[in-house]
Design a protein around this ligand. Structure first.
Ligand SMILES: Cc1cc2nc3c(=O)[nH]c(=O)nc-3n(C[C@H](O)[C@H](O)[C@H](O)COP(=O)(O)OP(=O)(O)OC[C@H]3O[C@@H](n4cnc5c(N)ncnc54)[C@H](O)[C@@H]3O)c2cc1C
Length: 507
């Protein structure tokens, strides 16, 4: 009997975590990745002598005993990761009253800080924080607990809209806005984003935000090494071009180099709409195809990367958020108006031997894909035409102007600045409409965006951010669910919980 062979399409965060978990279980894993470097959201690139992360900048779950800490220890890669803990949860500055909130990390400190600022709201704030943790506790997988029920039951609040949850506990409009500040990390939309999603993201970061030292590709490389050291392959610059099927089963995957790869099981770790383009039309029923096409996506982003002159701009030990005024927290996804940008997040990625000054800075501004729709037919970076380049340069300058307002003199510290648009995200990750986090979760239609890891094609599974949750909060957890579809329910969780590794520490 040969080791079962699994072929994974997409060597991003989800494909690599799923591949590493299965490699550890004795599966022979082949990962096909279209880009020259594996990692997807974990991938980095070099420009002007600096390494920049493409996605996955702000991490959670790596504190001792956190979900990511435990998964990485289980995979034997935790000690390889160089992480730096943030000094607080985040800071948020509002230009309208020039007020800056410096939210501490830790459940009690977070609640105490807000109670101190809004004493009249103290009982509601404490009840709200308790509710966040109660909602997070409803998700067994978030705490890597084995789960008994295939379809778990949840409280009514679980599927409230996140803005309703906040409004239930907080009356002050300023407080309501501050409590929604992490919206850009889950594409928050009033009336649509579920309370559980808001709770999971908040709890993850309240418990301990951190970031990679020298870039996120170290995690991609460590996961790829787990696959390779078990005899598997991570094949880069060799994307899947077509999936062959017979009798409602996948029989092979053709790749860019002209080869056909055959395996026992196939896992798609790409956006489901990208998967649809690889499959013959008859693979799924028309209704299922239409469903996959009709699930709305999360919003996209415009990112500015800056190389800073040495010894000028301080290293920021946390993520900074800014908004023009209160009340914008739920409006980030709107089409840009004349005063764009009205809010964004920025941070200075740490390097080895980080000194008090930053070497680089990244600004992420939420942006809907409609902003670049007129150039949607272009697919080669650098060859999208002069009108696009002029638009991009103008947006870049608007972001730098706002940084100048936030940090007078900032322009003088910038040696080089360049930008990526929603088109960059779309073409780089092959994600529809440059969606930051794939499919959008919607509490008004919870069943629509719920995708099981199993598909109607018997030997084709799904993994990645479109199934379940996105980001570092969710993709590694879905990888466990996908891997357990092959190993047996709770099999990996049980082993992970019994492995009893000593917690590692973040420097
Ligand atoms: C700008 C940006 C900032 C972000 N910041 C954060 C953050 O701070 N914290 C956080 O937790 N999350 C963040 N995220 C989200 C996080 O990066 C994603 O949720 C996560 O990487 C998704 O994992 P995935 O495996 O589903 O997709 P990806 O990591 O995108 O991987 C998909 C992979 O499939 C490959 N692929 C596509 N088509 C094919 C094909 N035909 N054949 C082979 N390979 C193919 C792609 O090249 C890619 O490598 C950010 C995302 C973006 C875009």
């Amino acid at each position: 009997m040969h080791d079962p062979h699994v072929l994974i399409i997409g060597g991003g965060t989800g494909g690599l975590f799923t591949g590493a978990l299965l490699a550890k279980e004795g599966f022979r894993v082949t990962v096909l990745e279209k880009n020259r470097e594996a990692g997807g959201g974990l991938q980095c690139f070099e420009r002007y002598g600096e390494t920049f992360e493409t996605g996955m900048h702000t991490l959670g779950g790596f504190e001792a005993g956190g979900s990511l800490d435990r998964i990485c220890r289980y995979l034997g890669i935790r000690e390889r990761l160089r992480l730096r803990a943030d000094d607080c949860l985040a800071s948020i500055r509002y230009l309208s009253d020039d007020c800056q909130y410096r939210l501490p990390k830790g459940r009690a400190a977070f609640a105490d800080y807000l109670c101190g600022l809004f004493p009249a709201e103290a009982p509601g704030i404490r009840a709200y924080v308790d509710e966040l943790y109660r909602l997070a506790d409803e998700v067994d997988l978030f705490y890597l607990r084995e789960s008994g029920d295939a379809i778990p039951s949840h409280s009514e609040q679980f599927l409230w809209a996140a803005d309703r949850l906040i409004a239930h506990f907080a009356a002050d409009p300023k407080l309501r806005d501050v409590l929604a500040f992490l919206n850009p990390l889950y594409s928050g939309q009033a009336g649509h984003s579920p309370a559980y999603l808001h709770a999971l993201i908040n709890v993850l970061y309240i418990d301990g935000p951190c970031r990679f030292v020298d870039g996120s590709r170290q995690l991609a490389n460590a996961l790829a090494d787990v696959i390779r050291s078990a005899g598997g392959t991570v094949d880069t610059a060799n994307g899947a071009t077509a999936i062959e099927m017979a009798d409602r089963e996948v029989t092979g995957v053709r790749s860019a180099d002209g080869q056909t790869h055959r395996a026992d099981v196939y896992i798609s770790a790409v956006h489901p709409c990208t998967l649809l383009r690889l499959l013959p039309p008859e693979a799924f029923t028309r209704a299922y195809r239409q469903r996959l096409e009709s699930i709305p996506d999360t919003y996209s982003a415009f990112t500015v990367f800056a190389v800073l002159r040495p010894g000028c701009f301080p290293y920021l030990d946390h993520t900074c958020y800014y908004q023009d005024q209160y009340g914008l927290a739920w409006r980030h996804g709107e089409a840009p108006g004349p005063r764009w940008p009205r809010g964004f997040m920025y941070f200075t990625p740490p390097v080895s031997g980080q000194d008090p000054y930053a070497r680089k800075l990244i600004v992420n501004c939420v942006m809907p894909f409609s902003e670049v729709a007129q150039w949607a037919g272009t697919h080669v970076p650098g060859r999208r035409g002069p009108a696009y380049e002029a638009w991009k340069q103008a947006r870049l300058e608007q972001v730098l102007e706002r940084m100048e307002t936030l940090h007078p003199g900032f322009g003088r510290y910038v040696a080089h600045a360049f930008a990526a648009s929603p088109l960059t995200i779309r073409d780089y990750y092959a994600t529809r409409a440059g969606a930051l986090f794939g499919y959008r979760k919607d509490c008004t239609q919870p069943a629509l965006s719920y995708l099981p890891v199993r598909t109607k094609v018997r030997n084709l599974l799904l993994t990645g951010q479109n199934v379940n949750l996105h980001g570092i909060c969710g993709v590694p957890l879905t990888a466990i669910t996908t891997a357990e579809a092959l190993t047996g329910r709770n099999h990996i969780l049980r082993k992970l919980n019994q492995s009893g590794n000593e917690p590692a520490h973040i420097c």
